[in-house]
Design a protein around this ligand. Structure first.
Ligand SMILES: *[C@@H]1O[C@H](CO)[C@@H](O)[C@H](O)[C@H]1NC(C)=O
Ligand SMILES: *[C@@H]1O[C@H](CO)[C@@H](O)[C@H](O)[C@H]1NC(C)=O
Ligand SMILES: *[C@@H]1O[C@H](CO)[C@@H](O)[C@H](O)[C@H]1NC(C)=O
Length: 255
């Protein structure tokens, strides 16, 4: 009683229904950590269900014997990792798992055994991926100015504990037109007299998206350029003095 005959039957069934030939592809499902998910089960309404057996990875998770006249549905959760966290919803007994943990990710399979002799059973497979909801992105700024040239600003966006499949984009708005730039680093330059643009970083993963507050690029340049002239001049002098000292020391050691 291997899985192969069932899969063969399933693909025959799919083909008969005019679906794509690749009936064995699991359904991709994503969910957020510590939240809940339903794995939708589709049972033809004219079929009478004997029982439903749910597997997670290689372990039998639960068995459901549907309600019949005078009898309640009998649900047996066989995998202790899911005890108290699973329920079966609706007329088709879709599996509902709450308080998801990282360990819940992976493959699930529902085998619906039917009473009809024409189709003895239906198999549905799912691949569950779990992601953390993103926290607000934080921004690191670096900038370079020199003389009369433009002030070059580089903004780097990141999210703590981001995990997999995170994408970053930068949005700026000028004359009511949004411009998007894909990637976590935005490099731009600003000259005195240029319009002051503001930027927002948006981070997304399959279960959430978050935006940073607006970051105006100009203050990083203007606040530092003029007051810093004196500071950088004295810094320059200090560097020269240190170099001279180093040279003298090198010479003295060399002698
Ligand atoms: C959810 O599961 C975690 C362990 O994975 C547990 O510490 C926490 O108490 C659970 N929360 C609820 C509401 O059951
Ligand atoms: C800013 O970038 C331009 C070209 O992208 C470069 O020519 C210039 O030297 C840079 N300025 C500074 C201060 O790094
Ligand atoms: C971002 O998340 C909100 C809910 O927080 C959702 O309504 C919106 O469609 C999402 N946008 C994108 C581009 O994913």
């Amino acid at each position: 009683m291997g899985a192969l005959p069932w899969l063969l039957l399933l693909s025959l069934l799919r083909e008969a229904k005019g679906g794509s030939g690749d009936g064995a592809d699991p359904e991709e499902v994503v969910a957020a950590l510590q939240e809940s998910i339903s794995l939708p089960l589709e049972i033809p309404s004219d079929e009478e269900v004997e029982d439903i057996i749910i597997w997670s990875s290689h372990f039998r998770l639960a068995t459901v014997v549907p309600a019949k006249e005078g009898h309640l549905a009998a649900i047996t959760v066989t995998d202790p990792r899911y005890e108290g966290r699973v329920s079966f919803l609706g007329p088709s007994y879709s599996l509902h798992i709450s308080n998801l943990s990282w360990e819940d990710s992976g493959t699930y399979q529902a085998q619906v055994n039917l009473r009809s002799s024409r189709i003895p059973s239906i198999v549905q497979q799912y691949n569950l991926r779990i992601y953390r909801r993103l926290s607000e992105p934080s921004i690191a700024v670096s900038f370079e100015t020199s003389g009369d040239g433009p002030c070059n600003v580089s903004l780097t966006c990141s999210v703590a504990q981001a995990g997999l499949d995170v994408t970053y984009s930068w949005l700026s708005r000028e004359n009511a037109v949004d411009t998007a730039h894909e990637g976590s680093v935005l490099s731009t330059s600003w000259r005195p007299g240029d319009k002051a643009l503001s930027y927002t970083c948006r981070a997304s993963n399959p279960v959430s998206n978050r935006s940073s507050s607006l970051i105006p690029a100009r203050p990083f340049c203007t606040d530092l350029r003029y007051p810093s002239d004196k500071a950088s001049a004295s810094f320059c002098l200090l560097t020269k003095a240190l170099l001279l000292l180093l040279l003298l020391v090198t010479l003295a050691v060399g002698l």
